[in-house]
Design a protein around this ligand. Structure first.
Ligand code: G1P
Length: 299
């Protein structure tokens, strides 16, 4: 039986250029999904999956991400005094068993470069990687990171989360091909970062979550810069394929990329519409807006 997975690494160092100018001073990981920053959903997914030890990978100017998870005694006291217990809970989401630490990425040399910085934290355990700008909304009772842990418990291997994607979109993702070995689990036989049309190895895109063996650090050290002149995590992971040590879990869940404008807006509408306290008001406002929208755009 593999050892229990308790560690997660959350890369959150990138500039967030797709959401400029907003992300000039505010980290993209603090973009709100209704009333919570995206990174809080990411950490909640990790903790709900059994993770107790979390390492944030941050860069200069992103101190606010760490501050979001630091205690705020004055605010906590004020909420307690005024009996705002739900709000108090919302700013203290984790029990004291959950440890959050951080390292600073000085050179922004890609996702592989970010994960490399976690070697001392990870030591010799398998660990999860959750990209800090993406919410994975499980469509079953099992959080997506837990789905990966279960696939790892089944195979003993590293696991990447994947979702089926239209072929014309695959060029924006890490892309894999594989053969089914259990329900929703594939043995990966090819993996390419942001493939050109003739390089596409299969119909699945890597979806922001990974469960990795600590051997990834040795692989990352010998991985040269790849696409976009960055150290690509994909290029290190794919070295596990020849020895059949890489699986993919076809996730039961929806991916919301809050680092893109369309993803941010669509996710906010979707989450607001399923919040019983907000749905009525949002529906009304959208209905009131729609004649104007129709007048402008519908010919
Ligand atoms: C990264 C990974 C890519 C993955 C994507 C979404 O790309 O390199 O393999 O498919 O995240 O999880 P990025 O979006 O940072 O360019």
């Amino acid at each position: 039986m593999p050892r229990r997975i308790t560690k997660a690494v959350i890369p959150a160092a990138g500039f967030g250029t797709r959401m400029l100018p907003f992300t000039k001073a505010v980290p993209k990981e603090l973009i709100p999904l209704v009333d919570k920053p995206v990174i809080q959903y990411v950490l909640e997914e990790a903790v709900d999956s059994g993770i107790t030890d979390i390492l944030l990978i941050l860069s200069e100017g992103k101190e606010a991400v760490l501050n979001h998870f630091r205690p705020h005694p004055a605010l906590e006291a004020r909420l307690k005094e005024s009996g705002k217990i739900e709000l108090l809970k919302s700013i203290t989401p984790f029990s004291s068993d959950v440890k959050i630490s951080c390292v600073w990425q000085e050179e922004l040399d890609g996702l592989g470069g970010a994960v490399k910085l976690a070697e001392e934290f990870v030591k010799d355990d398998f660990f999860a990687v959750l990209l800090g700008d993406t919410v994975l909304d499980s469509t079953c009772d099992i959080p997506v990171t837990r789905q990966l842990i279960e696939a790892h418990e089944l195979t003993g291997n590293s696991v990447v989360a994947v979702e089926k994607m239209a072929v014309e979109l695959l060029g924006s993702y890490g892309c894999i091909g594989g053969i089914p070995v259990a329900e929703s689990v594939l043995l990966v036989n090819a993996m390419v970062e942001k493939p050109l049309p003739h390089e596409v190895p299969g119909e699945f895109a890597v979806a922001s979550r990974y469960l990795l063996s600590p051997e990834i650090f040795a692989l990352l050290k010998s991985t040269p810069r790849g696409k976009a002149n960055e150290i690509q995590l994909t290029d290190a992971i794919k070295q596990l394929i020849p020895s059949n040590r890489l699986n993919a879990r076809i996730i039961s869940g929806h991916r919301h990329d809050l680092g893109s404008k369309a993803g941010f807006l669509a996710a906010n509408i979707a989450f607001a519409l399923r919040d019983p306290k907000l749905a009525g008001a949002i529906n009304q406002k959208l209905a009131a807006l729609s004649p104007e929208i129709a007048a402008k755009f519908v010919k």
